[in-house]
Design a binder for this molecule. Sequence first.
Ligand SMILES: *Cc1c(COP(=O)(O)O)cnc(C)c1O
Length: 457
Amino acid sequence: MKQKKFMLPESEIPTAWYNVQADMPNKPYLPLNPATGEPLKAEDMYAIFPEECARQELNRTDRFIPIPEAVREKYSSYRCTPLVRAYGLEEALGTPAHIYFKNESVSPAGSHKLNSALAQAYYAKQEGTTNITTETGAGQWGGALSYAAKAFGLELAVYMVKISYEQKPYRRSIMQTFGANVTPSPSMSTRAGKDIITYDPNNQGSLGTAISEALELARTTPHCKYVLGSVLNHVCLHQTVIGLEAEKQMELAGEYPDIVIGCFGGGSNFSGISLPFLRHNFFDGKKTRFIAAEPSSCPKLTKGVYLYDFGDVAGYTPKLAMYTLGHNFRPANIHAGGLRYHGSGSIVAQLLKDGFIEAVDIDQLDSFKAGTLFARTEGIIPAPESCHAIAATVKEALECKKTGEKKTILFNLSGHGLVDMSAYDQYIAGDLVNYTVTEKDVLENLAKSDLDPSKAL
Ligand SMILES: *Cc1c(COP(=O)(O)O)cnc(C)c1O
């Protein structure tokens, strides 16, 4: 029998996260205080983020950062996650490529997001915080954090992007079942929300609007910290457990990836699967390609400009160096809610600029076509976000079929789609369409966001 799953015991859960910042030839640009234009110090962020997360955000010296034992213990309820050889998909494609996926959908919340949620909730609790708040797009981050908050005894208030709140009622139920308080965003409960609704009463929300509201709540509530599920350096750091495990599992499989692929919202799962392997490109002469797969309707890496921009619509966050479409970019209502964010994290942005990673944009219909094929051949219904990584994998595997090359491809299955069946219903009924954003659209939106593309970093 062919070996399909490569498993590691709980004792192999990594004891430290990999901090790529220590190894990057060009360090990521620092976050800036928008009022003064000065780089932020960790202390400047203590009011908003758990302090340890703020320190990790700016840590450029420690290559490995220890994972607290209490976090490893919680990880053990679902880690190590399986590495799986996708024989069924390979056969259906008729490709000589070997395809592997790291299955992060097995976490209690159904996605990779718990890897950082548990770490952030732990640090918040350690530092005496009682309440945390956050935003969620598709509801994956909110679901993960709801469980993590409970696991460490914190109260959680979630601002959920309104369109997702309506399209994905079960994610709201999941958060409420874990005990979180959920508000659709934009809402009338914050100044930022009121401003957005006044200007645009039918605003369907975006991650940016929800971030503005959550940040405002954190600022105006005592003992309340804000935590974020993607984009920031410390979130990408926490996700490296994915790649660190995958590295050992690929060894068990006796292979090393030529291509590593992750879907791309703000960069956390892509970073998680990629960065541990990238260090072998830096130091051990490996030539692995790293491909971030983003939606054509929200193409910050392939069509955005590398600029300092706000992380949210209201302009409450520090300025972050990102490939951005402009902080007030309003993405089409695609089903991959977790990929509807206007910018990329600063680490991934610098790696893209320096040519260490690549990006592709994927149409919505191609993503579901690939996801459906994966479901039928591997028996797992992928999250609409993960379908983008699968579509990019299919593309590379078909390229191998053309050239006869026997490449090893590893992709991250960031989550399952069992709470996204209405999206699959619409795909099967032929009701989904593609949305393409052009360079011209991007330039127009940058102008509306007061951003000057000639100032590209
Ligand atoms: C949130 C989410 C993403 C996108 O976020 P990243 O930070 O870019 O990883 C991808 N897949 C799933 C299943 C998600 O929940």
